[in-house]
Design a protein around this ligand. Structure first.
Ligand code: 13P
Ligand code: ZN
Ligand code: NA
Length: 282
């Protein structure tokens, strides 16, 4: 069934595992993530970015995830990823999204606090949890180019930010980047531990495609409770589609190549759910 992130992330935090959060961009990716979660008896988060909700509609993604979630026995969340404005966050809230990220990390400290606080005030009466971001995750996130300047999350600022905004989870910048890495990413794990010491709410890792599995496990040990994967799902889906079109260039039935994409995404998501150690938690 469809649930919020609140209990899922708190249980993950209490028991030292994480919930995988997978970006979905079409019906087949939704089905793939739901099937992977069900097979491994794991809770799971599906999320859509602003460019994805522009491609279709919040209502269409909500309906897809809701329908998939109702077929499954494991808890499934529909989350707005990198919500870029108060207005978009409210549209997601009204569409029925069960978890909302407001990403004010591109603005000033004051702007980030104001917009995050406003979304919290609007969402909490209905018990919809809110994720915010402090510091800047590198790389190209959605269609936005990450800015420069001091990018990493400061532990003391993080504690103050959480106190002032009362958000339910916090995305931290510790050296990950959205998209594909050129080499092996260097993460500031000590910084993560310092943030964990000062901040009691669940922490979120962004930009996880391309981060070695053992590094992700180390981050979970140090307090990460939600792990975001996007780029690798695109790669997996496209690989499946391409394999069919390469082998049979005459194929015109989208069901044929989309099914192959769906299967690749399912296999990938199952691998990452295992990295999160959330199997048999549902
Ligand atoms: P990747 O595309 O690097 O997996 O980043 C995912 C993400 O952070 C989504 O918010
Ligand atoms: Zn992200
Ligand atoms: Na990445």
């Amino acid at each position: 069934p469809l649930v919020t992130t609140k209990e899922l992330l708190l249980d993950a935090q209490e028991n030292g595992y994480a919930i995988g959060a997978f970006n979905v961009e079409n019906m087949e990716m939704v089905q793939a993530v739901a099937a992977a979660a069900e097979e491994l008896r794991s809770p799971v988060i599906m999320q859509t970015t602003p460019s994805t909700v522009k491609y279709a509609d919040l209502e269409i993604f909500y309906a897809n995830v809701k329908a998939a979630a109702e077929k499954m026995s494991v808890p499934i969340v529909i989350h707005l990823d990198h919500g870029s404005s108060f207005e978009l966050a409210m549209r997601a809230y009204r569409a029925g999204y069960t978890s909302i990220m407001i990403d004010g990390s591109h603005g000033t400290w004051e702007e980030n606090i104001a917009v995050s606080r406003a979304v919290v005030d609007a969402c909490h009466p209905a018990k919809i949890p809110v994720e915010a971001e402090l510091g800047k995750v590198g790389g190209k996130e959605d269609d936005l180019e990450a800015g420069d300047g001091n990018p990493y999350t400061d532990p003391i600022d993080a504690a103050r930010f959480v106190e002032l905004t009362e958000v339910d989870s916090l995305a931290v910048a510790i050296g990950t980047a959205h998209g594909v890495y050129k080499g092996t990413p260097k993460l500031d794990l000590d910084r993560l531990s310092e943030i964990r010491k000062k901040v009691s709410i669940p922490l979120v890792l962004h930009g996880t495609s391309g981060v070695p599995d053992e590094t992700v496990r180390e981050c979970i040990k140090r307090g990460i409770c939600k792990v975001n994967y996007a780029t690798d799902l695109r790669i997996a889906f496209t690989k499946g589609v391409r394999s069919v079109l390469d082998a049979e260039p005459g194929t015109i039935d989208p069901k044929k190549y989309n099914a192959a994409g769906r299967e690749q995404v399912k296999q990938y998501v199952m691998e990452k759910i295992k990295v999160c150690q959330s199997c048999h938690r549902a």
